[in-house]
Design a binder for this molecule. Structure first.
Ligand code: PEP
Ligand code: MN
Length: 364
């Protein structure tokens, strides 16, 4: 696919964030459950300095007969937080009716959930329903790690005239049990940032972790990678939450998580830092040159081997030899303190390239 450009308005001009100080924070319960639960949570969050309230009104649940949200009634409770506490309010929309109800209620910002982003028909319907408005929309990554599907949703919204678009990274589901509920696969949001440097990047450590004790480390990683903000599920009494109980934190716990975050800058005026980093980067550039030269030399040798194999009518693939190489590089890699997964990836790619060169020789 050709690289596309999106016509975006920078988040500082959305009229949502009072300043762009990192991290921008969106917090609130997974679901609005009752007026009391929502309002008490909102008030406690507001007291901790949170300005944007999230709450799910319609909940996309994996299995039927789970709590599926209170529906449009909950929008009235959110409006109360908006009017009485001066908070901005955000909720998830998954179909045209949700868009209609949310816009009618005066919701300030919308997000599209991971299950919806995975479905281009649904995203197109949302984009069409939103045409003509300029409401900010955050697009969660699709449940499966497909960057084009994610970009496709951004494009559909943008083509419908929406310019206040950001992304939420919430991790990717997997069949295997892992530490986190959803595997982060940070390379996907990094690719989004590479393609769209102006894109607002929000991390959702609640849905990545699935467990409140991991929220801090994931939030820190997001800050280390230069994300703009965090959307964190917070409930006045997480233990009795009707959805995602294990990953919600109290407003007080949220404050503590935020207070401990180390915020990194993109750049600095510090001359000493600049000089040191420039020198280190020069060294990296030199090493990259050397790597390329060595790789080219290695490929020349592989090509010669290919010619001998051809003359002697020998198969290209020699599994015994490949096993030996792997064994050797693992051992040496370990001696150098290199990660074995990294070694395997690099050498598999090198080996494949050698096979390709030799295949080419055989065909000549
Ligand atoms: C949510 O934010 O409550 C939600 C349902 O998230 P996701 O779409 O990431 O599963
Ligand atoms: Mn949730």
């Amino acid at each position: 696919m050709a690289a596309t450009k999106l016509d975006l308005v920078k988040a500082g001009d959305w009229g949502i964030f009072s300043d762009m100080k990192k991290p921008l924070v969106i917090a609130g319960p997974c679901s609005a459950e009752s007026e009391q639960q929502l309002f008490e949570t909102a008030r406690a969050l507001k007291n901790e300095g949170v300005e944007i309230l999230r709450a799910g009104i319609w909940k996309p649940r994996t299995r039927p007969n789970c709590f599926e949200g209170v529906g449009a009634e909950g929008l009235g409770w959110m409006k109360r937080a908006q009017q009485e506490l001066g908070m901005k309010i955000a909720t998830e929309v998954a179909n045209v009716k949700h868009v209609y109800e949310a816009l009618k209620a005066g919701v300030d910002m919308l997000w599209i959930g991971a299950r919806t982003t995975a479905n281009p028909f649904a995203v197109q319907e949302l984009a069409d329903a939103l045409r003509g408005t300029d409401i900010p929309v955050l697009v969660k990554n699709p449940v499966n790690p497909d960057v084009e599907l994610w970009v496709g949703a951004l494009e559909r919204l943008n083509m419908a005239g929406l310019k206040k678009i950001g992304v939420i990274h919430r991790g990717f589901s997997s069949y295997t049990k892992a530490k986190y509920r959803n595997i982060p696969q940070w390379q996907l949001p990094i690719e989004i940032k590479r393609r769209f440097p102006d894109m607002l990047m929000i991390c959702d450590p609640s849905h990545i972790s699935g467990k409140r004790e991991y929220i801090r480390e994931i939030s820190q990683q997001a800050m280390d990678l230069g994300f703009d903000g965090l959307i964190i599920e917070s409930h006045i009494c997480p233990e009795i939450a009707l959805s995602d109980a294990a990953q919600q934190v109290t407003p007080a716990a949220l404050k503590e998580i935020l207070a401990k975050l180390i915020i990194r800058n993109v750049d600095t005026e510090n001359v000493e830092y600049k000089e040191s980093i420039d020198e280190l980067r020069n060294r990296i550039d030199q090493l990259d040159d050397e790597l390329l030269e060595i790789l080219a030399r290695r490929m020349k040798v592989a090509e010669k081997i290919g010619q001998y194999k051809k003359q002697n009518n020998i198969t290209i693939l020699q599994t015994g030899r490949w096993e030996k190489i792997l064994e050797k590089v693992f051992k040496k890699g370990e001696e150098h303190g290199l990660d074995s997964e990294f070694i395997e990836k690099i050498f598999t790619a090198i080996h494949q390239a050698s096979i390709d060169v030799q295949t080419h020789v055989m065909k000549e």
